[in-house]
Ligand binder design. Structure first.
Ligand code: FES
Length: 377
């Protein structure tokens, strides 16, 4: 970076500028005019004539702005100004002097000035045709490898960034080279994981061990399982048995006892007492009529079977001594009521039929029912 001129130097340059020199020769003026017409943008503008001496402030401004361009002060020849213009076009990379702001530039301002100086290079390249070839060279220049200071002495962040980029590139290069080798290694590894050949059926049968019968080796387990199975089966059958009601098979309730003529008057026939539980009696004792009826052989006290005592002409209960007449009326003992009658009738064939499903009780005046007796013939 160019050294900044001190205030003292600027004042000396202003004093040396002095009044404007006489005009240049006509030939030189013509050349200057031609040069100005060819490159009007590159020629600096002359200071305006004020018609009075310049103040110190104006001189300082002129010195800052045009110290490097003598033509601006009017004291330099047109040739010198043309050379200065051509030099300015040929050397576009020289940054313009920093404006004086009366204080040192901050870091931010310095960076802005550096950026402005870098950005002026393309404009200068456009202004000078000869500089067109230099622009690509300037573009390629940063891409070329440059010498970097040792890492210990490196202080510029750009150098550090460049060093980091080169290190990363150097690190990736071996990996890229090794990549094809890794692919080949993976393929070989996949080939090495080949499936083992499937054994033949004969080999499998030959290598198979004989099956061991578990239940034969442990018979008590088989016995336990057998008992458990039998128990479960019995429980199942019992459960199914509860699904059906019990059927009570009772003996037939009717019985044929033969024709009425076979029974004698005042006779008690015990033929059907044991099997059917009744006596056949022919007697006139109850109503004075000669009738035949069937008395149930069950004591009305507690259900004991009484006995017919032909000598005493009575039924006697052996349990508690209850006595019944031949008609069936109770007269002694604990029996509370007379014996009961079964239904009796003459069948289609003329035989007497006794039906035990229907009874007649004397205390309820049921002995008057015609189904409770049959008239003797
Ligand atoms: Fe006949 Fe008691 S059972 S008298």
């Amino acid at each position: 970076m160019a050294e900044r001129p001190s205030v003292k130097d600027i004042l000396a340059a202003a004093r040396n500028a002095g009044p404007a020199k006489p005009a240049a020769e006509p030939a030189a003026a013509e050349e200057q005019a031609a040069a100005s017409t060819e490159r009007p943008a590159a020629v600096p503008q002359a200071a305006p004539s004020l018609g009075r001496p310049m103040t110190l402030k104006e001189k300082l401004a002129a010195a800052r702005g045009g110290a490097g361009a003598p033509a601006a002060t009017g004291g330099v020849s047109t040739e010198a100004s043309a050379e200065a213009v051509s030099e300015g076009a040929a050397a576009p990379s020289v940054p313009p002097p920093a404006p004086s702001i009366g204080r040192p530039l901050t870091l931010k301002e310095k960076l802005a000035a550096a950026k402005a100086a870098g950005g002026s290079a393309p404009a200068a390249a456009k202004a000078a045709p000869g500089a067109k070839a230099a622009a690509p060279a300037a573009k390629t220049a940063p891409t070329a490898a440059r010498e970097l200071p040792p890492l210990e002495k490196m202080s510029d962040p750009k150098d550090l960034a460049e060093a980091a980029r080169r290190a990363a590139a150097a690190k990736n290069a071996p990996a890229k080279k090794a990549e094809p080798a890794d692919k080949g290694h993976a393929a070989k590894k996949a080939e090495s994981k080949s499936v083992p050949p499937k054994p033949s059926k004969e080999a499998v049968l030959a290598g198979r061990q004989p099956r061991r019968d578990f239940l034969a080796e442990f018979p008590w387990i088989a016995a336990g399982w057998g008992m458990f199975t039998a128990g479960m089966g019995a429980m199942t059958l019992m459960t199914l048995r509860f699904l059906f009601p019990n059927v009570i098979t009772e003996p037939p309730q009717t019985v044929k006892i033969g024709p009425p003529t076979q029974f004698e008057p005042e006779e008690v026939n015990e033929r059907w007492k044991t099997d059917w539980g009744f006596w056949i009696v022919r007697s006139k004792a109850y109503s004075g009529e000669d009738i035949i009826y069937a008395l149930q052989s069950v004591c009305t006290h507690l259900g004991c079977p009484p006995n017919w005592l032909n000598g005493e002409q009575k039924f006697k209960c052996p349990c508690h001594g209850s006595g019944f007449y031949i008609s069936g009326i109770n007269f002694e003992g604990p029996a509370p009521r007379p014996l009961e009658r079964f239904k009796i009738a003459v069948g289609d064939d003329g035989q007497l039929v006794v039906d035990k499903s229907q009874t007649f009780k004397e205390e309820q005046q049921q002995w008057q029912d015609p189904d409770s007796f049959v008239a003797a013939v």
